[in-house]
Design a protein. Structure first.
Length: 292
């Protein structure tokens, strides 16, 4: 089994499309079809059902997919180890960032990193923190920059990079002030997110019941909804704008930790170690200037 054929198989399975798989692999669609046909002939099974433009995995395809992904991960990890032995900072760095960190914390770091290590190809995904954590654990990512959970699976370790202060905010022209703000509706992240769980714990300790109007995992969307007066929220201080008003509160624990999640038993590639070093030294990693 050739690794190129397995890469084509996994790409088609993920994209459910030969043309999108070709774009993802930077090859032509006929080349993808040729690799899939060769793999099917070698295994003497059909891997995809082709119904017009619809592509579906067969039972054999579904059985092969996790094994193919694992083989590809091992090959990529082996390449990273060889690059590390050579001592050069090059190759591909597979990492992820939460949307918030990617917008407010990461750009300056990426700029400095790209200038210092031009031979590295960054494969950067923007994912919810919870999804990114799962992909680091499974080996799909080398590490991720996310909102850190209170507890982690035993295979993972975390490095705190930033303390992210959260503020209780309303629209600047809101009629509600002080404690009356909490009697109105809230716009918050979903309950299964680590940020929401931190907020819920803090309010519960303060004996406050939250009445939620809207839940969404996009903090930029939440900010806009608060700015137009749909309700109050708890947002990072880095996201404050002239359209928002801070409501002072003594609710404990409204600070979250942002940082790195990585696998305990996997040796970082040279490219990954260089990025982690930049982040830990906070070179260019300060948040965007706060607007009030």
């Amino acid at each position: 089994m050739e690794i190129a054929a397995l890469n084509a198989f996994v790409a088609v399975a993920k994209e459910a499309s030969f043309s999108r798989a070709a774009e993802r692999l930077f090859i032509t669609q006929p080349a993808v079809s040729k690799r899939i046909t060769a793999l099917e002939n070698e295994l003497a099974v059909r891997l995809f059902d082709r119904e017009g433009r619809r592509i579906r995995l067969t039972e054999a395809g579904r059985l092969l997919l996790p094994h193919a992904q694992e083989i590809i991960r091992h090959v990529e990890y082996s390449r990273e180890l060889m690059t590390s032995l050579a001592g050069t900072v090059s190759g591909s760095l597979r990492m992820a960032s939460s949307h918030h960190i990617g917008l407010h914390r990461l750009p300056a770091v990426l700029k400095r990193y790209a200038r210092r290590y031009p031979e590295v190809e960054l494969d950067l995904k923007f994912l919810d923190s919870e999804t990114a954590c799962q992909q680091v654990e499974s080996g799909e990512l080398e590490f991720a920059l996310i909102t850190l959970p209170e507890t982690l699976p035993g295979a993972l370790v975390k490095d705190v990079i930033w303390e992210d202060t959260l503020e209780l905010v309303t629209a600047r022209d809101s009629a509600a002030t002080g404690e009356s703000v909490l009697a109105t509706s809230a716009i918050l992240p979903p309950r299964n997110t680590w940020t929401r769980q931190l907020i819920d714990r803090s309010f519960e300790k303060a004996g406050i019941t939250i009445r939620t109007l809207i839940e969404t995992n996009n903090l930029e969307t939440i900010r806009r909804m608060v700015e137009i007066g749909l309700g109050w929220s708890v947002l990072p201080a880095t996201m404050l704008s002239p359209s928002l008003r801070i409501t002072p509160t003594d609710i404990p624990g409204l600070t979250r930790q942002l940082g790195i999640i990585r696998h305990r038993k996997r040796t970082p590639s040279n490219a990954g170690a260089a990025m982690i070093e930049l982040l830990k030294r906070k070179e260019g990693a300060s948040p965007l200037s706060r607007t009030t």
